[in-house]
Design a protein around this ligand. Structure first.
Ligand code: PLP
Length: 377
């Protein structure tokens, strides 16, 4: 029996809603299911305004448009992240300024951010790796003192909190992903823009509706709709929203199930902690078990580990190649100061299989394989 790295979350609860969307008279954006998902999040997130998008990438692109990023503006982020974190701002002409990560959480090192701020800096983009929060109090304080915006890339952070506050609701804007590799999916691809500063709401609706005031028109606030701003098509189909809604109604169950697997991994592998480094979750952070990773001695050791796990028919996978050393990252970005941990730590990291509904036996096989493989390498 092969153990894949991921299975897209599926509960069975999605079917009824997807069928209802298929049979409804409105399948395009902002139908009943889109509004139901947004209401669900707005309740769960304590009143933050949310807009469903076709992907997290597009939610981040909306953020860059909303903040009026201009050529030459600088955006601070970790190099250890997905390309979309950077691309969304590069598309607007920004220069990306990469800051090193902390080796314990793999998140941006908040103590290095202030030194990277220049008079061109516009935005800080913390990425909550593995659904474990960045040190947001420090980041928000730097932003306030330098008059910067904060966009949280909380793609992996749905259901996680920092000091009791949901990730994505702390900065000015935030973004979630519902890609099939994330904890909740809207049928393969999907995302959410979180708007925590009310002054962005009106324009966000316009940008999302191809630069028109159609949302206001539907609400009867204007008598015709027209082209009023730049924009694009950032509305998901109702099929996507319906699929996601089926998961939101059992969101806590999905979260508990993943945490159960994560905790079991952590309990069983802590006995091997002389051979590896296990994930670290700071006191103030409640995570969502998005990912379970290990860190081995170095790149060679990790490569061997992945090969040996494959022989055990288990897919363990590495993660980001740092953006600052990628071909495009060299053109559009620059690492500030020293790369003390980004490259070194990224080369050591390997992720173990985890998904909603993972069976105890599957988990057991992974744990046994890890301990066997560590004996051999
Ligand atoms: C998954 C992910 C994204 C992109 O999400 P999509 O929904 O696939 O566009 C962006 N940033 C991070 C950190 C991610 O993990």
């Amino acid at each position: 029996m092969n153990i894949p790295f991921n299975k897209p979350p599926y509960t069975g609860n999605e079917d009824q809603y997807v069928l209802a969307a298929m049979r409804s008279s409105k399948m395009s954006g902002d139908g009943d299911f889109t509004l139901r998902c947004q209401s669900w999040f707005e309740d769960a997130l304590g009143g933050t305004k949310t807009l469903l998008t076709p992907s997290c990438t597009q939610a981040l692109e909306m953020a860059a448009l909303l903040l009026d990023i201009q050529p030459g503006d600088e955006v601070i982020m970790p190099s250890y992240t997905f390309v979309s974190t950077a691309n969304a701002f590069v598309l607007r002409g920004a220069k990306i300024v990469f800051v090193d990560i902390r080796p314990d959480t793999m998140n941006i090192d908040e103590t290095l951010i202030e030194a990277a701020v220049t008079d061109k800096t516009k935005v800080i983009v913390p990425v909550h790796y593995a659904g474990v929060a960045c040190e947001m109090d420090v980041i928000m304080d730097i932003a306030a003192r330098h008059n910067l915006y904060v966009v949280e890339d909380a793609a992996q952070g749905t259901m996680s909190t920092y000091k009791g506050r949901p990730l994505g609701t702390i900065g000015h804007l935030g973004a979630y992903s519902f890609h099939e590799t994330k904890n909740y999916t809207s049928g393969g691809e999907g995302g959410l823009l979180l708007i925590n500063d009310e002054s962005f709401i009106n324009r966000a609706e316009i940008i999302r509706e191809k630069g028109t005031n159609r949302s206001q028109f539907w609400r009867g606030m204007v008598d015709k709709y027209t082209w009023v701003d730049v924009g694009s098509s950032y509305l998901p189909s109702e099929l996507q929203a319906a699929y996601l809604y089926g998961q939101l109604t059992v969101a806590e169950e999905i979260n508990k199930d993943r945490l159960n697997t994560w905790n079991e991994y952590n309990r069983c592998l802590s006995g091997l902690s002389d051979k590896l480094v296990l994930p670290f979750v700071p006191q103030d952070c409640q995570h969502n078990a998005h990912m379970y990773y290990l860190k081995l001695d170095d790149l060679a050791c990790r490569t061997k580990f992945i090969e040996e796990m494959k022989k055990e028919k288990i897919m363990a996978v590495f993660h980001y190649v740092p953006l600052h050393s990628s071909p495009c990252g060299k053109v559009f970005g620059e690492m500030t100061a020293e790369d003390k941990f980004t490259t070194k730590e990224s080369e050591r990291l390997v992720r173990l299989p985890i998904w909603y509904g993972m069976q105890a036996l599957e988990r057991q096989r992974v744990i046994e394989a890890v301990s066997n493989v560590l004996e051999r390498i």
